[in-house]
Design a protein around this ligand. Sequence first.
Ligand SMILES: [Zn+2]
Length: 151
Amino acid sequence: MTAEDRTSDRGWIATAAGEHLRGRRVKDTKPELTLRKAVHRLGLRFRLQRVVAPRCTADFVLPKYHVAVFVDGCFWHGCPIHGASVFRGPNADRWAEKISTNRARDERNTAAAEAAGWTVLRIWECEVKADPERAALRVAECCVTPARGTG
Ligand SMILES: [Zn+2]
């Protein structure tokens, strides 16, 4: 590795947490799996990784009810309890900037999916961790009226 490589990441300071986060998988995260299992136990059926708007893929959708579910990681999506505003460390400002970009994209995606006829439900990772059954009930509450013309 050259000095060039080491500085090419625009000045991010390597931290153990950063390395961990960078290597994180974006699909099939643990909270998402936990939520899907709880939703399944309620008798609801879903499809995974469905594109609901241009460049917007829901974690899972319930096609029968036109409900699109996103499970948002607390850190990356800026949860009020665990988001970047509470981040401490050498890269705090950079994380905050990155997460505010993510949040803006989340809002655009939610609007785009709603415009495409989906009921959008965003659930925090920490909600799933705290009480998977309750998080699943939030999904179920959106699934009361079958969407017309489907399923
Ligand atoms: Zn959280």
